[in-house]
Design a protein around this ligand. Structure first.
Ligand code: SAH
Ligand code: SF4
Length: 384
């Protein structure tokens, strides 16, 4: 692992940042400043295609305009608090937001692609029992700018401005970091639309995947408005078990979740829903579970992603053995579903699923208290 030294970035000085405004908002902002709509187009190109952070390089704008803009605005990046590189090439950035809260994003290079995993919230209001993020008390939504910042900062660090059409270091984006993206839909939607814009970051919807624990009422809208790939954190095939592992199931049980998956817009055999299934020893990993999973998903264009459980200190689960994962995967495969086992990446920098921002350690009693409080807020009843 390499801990790459990071430079300090200056703090805010009252100037407003232009990052995170969609095209209409940017136009409106600039027209209030006396600039015509085509200026907004030029700025957009500089900010999102060229990665400019300094108005002085924007040579398509007249010098006095650049000067005026620089007096009123900035194109701010968050501070990189830590920059860690794993022996396997995975890289993790800990970003400090203007209010001091921290989030993480992870870059995972592979042979045929490079995926950036971004966060949508600081922490998460949900309390999936195998997820370390769920044990964090502090939660807030990220703004569209803060979601975008993760991609902009990663492109800075990887030197990918402007990004080539093919063979990019960051070719794919997954909303699978900290937080539940469908609980922060508006900011996520604004950020994703900016990211999909062809004259800019230009990552197509086919290369973006949003992972949800099952916020059923938002799924249809997400598919219709954004058209991104959907991943669903399933993890259990009965309500009894899923109520316990993924507590949002108490609100939106399996039948509703599966119905929402069936009607997710744009599904076909080339565009499938990914069902994520974390392998927990002796909990959800039997051959009977695998067969029930196949029955549950019948008729849905699906792939099943088996995720070896990533342990964290005091976690109440163990990972299933490789043989158990293999047997489970074979059953799912035999039923015609692709069921890749996700390889843990960046373990030496704690970059794996559910491990993000896991440096702080609390006693079991404190964790239990946090989970109970958050569950009570979700269901309106005391947590179990
Ligand atoms: N909140 C969203 C997205 C972030 S979690 C969601 O739950 O889908 C991304 C994925 O990592 C989810 O499938 C989640 O269930 C899984 N995950 C969380 N903690 C994990 C752990 N300790 N080991 C393996 N996978 C985990
Ligand atoms: Fe939140 Fe997803 Fe973790 Fe569940 S798995 S607690 S929804 S981040």
């Amino acid at each position: 692992m390499t801990d790459i030294p990071v430079a300090a970035t200056p703090g805010g000085d009252g100037r407003r940042s232009l990052v995170g405004l969609d095209r209409d908002a940017l136009k409106a902002e600039l027209s209030g400043f006396g600039l015509e709509p085509f200026r907004a187009r030029q700025l957009w190109h500089w900010i999102y295609h060229r990665g400019a952070t300094d108005f002085s390089v924007m040579t398509t704008l007249a010098k006095p305009v650049r000067q005026r803009l620089a007096e009123a605005y900035v194109i701010r990046r968050p501070m990189i608090a830590r920059d860690l590189q794993s022996v396997d090439g995975t890289r993790k950035w800990l970003l400090r937001m203007a209010d001091g809260q921290e989030i993480e994003s992870v870059h995972i290079p592979e042979d045929d692609r490079g995926t950036l995993c971004v966060s949508s919230q600081v922490g998460c209001t949900l309390t999936c029992r195998f997820c370390h993020t769920g044990t964090q008390r502090l939660v807030r939504n990220l703004s569209a700018a803060e979601i975008l910042d993760q991609l902009l900062t990663a492109r800075d660090a990887l030197g990918e401005w402007p990004a080539p059409p093919d063979g990019r270091l960051i070719s794919n984006l997954v909303l699978m970091g900290m937080g539940e993206p469908l609980f922060n839909y508006d900011a996520v939607a604004t950020a994703v639309k900016i990211i999909m814009d062809g004259d800019g970051l230009a990552i197509s919807k086919r290369r973006i995947t949003l992972s949800t624990s099952g916020v059923v009422p938002m799924m249809q809208r997400c598919g219709a408005e954004l058209g991104v790939n959907l991943a669903v954190s399933l993890h259990a095939v009965t309500d009894e078990l899923r109520d316990r592992l993924v507590p949002i199931n108490r609100k939106y049980p399996l039948a509703e979740l599966i119905a929402a998956c069936r009607s997710y817009p744009g599904l076909n055999n080339a565009r499938r829903i990914t069902f994520e299934y974390v392998m927990l020893k002796g909990v959800n990993d039997s051959p009977a579970d695998a067969r029930a999973l196949v029955r549950l998903l019948r008729g849905i264009p699906a792939k099943i992603n088996l995720i070896p459980f990533n342990p964290w200190p005091d976690a109440p689960f163990d990972c299933s053995s490789p043989a158990t994962v293999q047997t489970f995967g074979d059953i799912v495969n035999a039923a015609g579903y692709a069921s890749p086992v996700r390889q843990p990446r960046g373990q030496d920098i704690m970059a794996a699923c559910g491990q993000l921002k896991s440096s702080s350690q609390r006693s079991r009693a404190v964790v239990a208290e946090i989970l109970a409080e958050k569950d009570a807020a979700l269901t309106g009843q005391p947590g179990k």
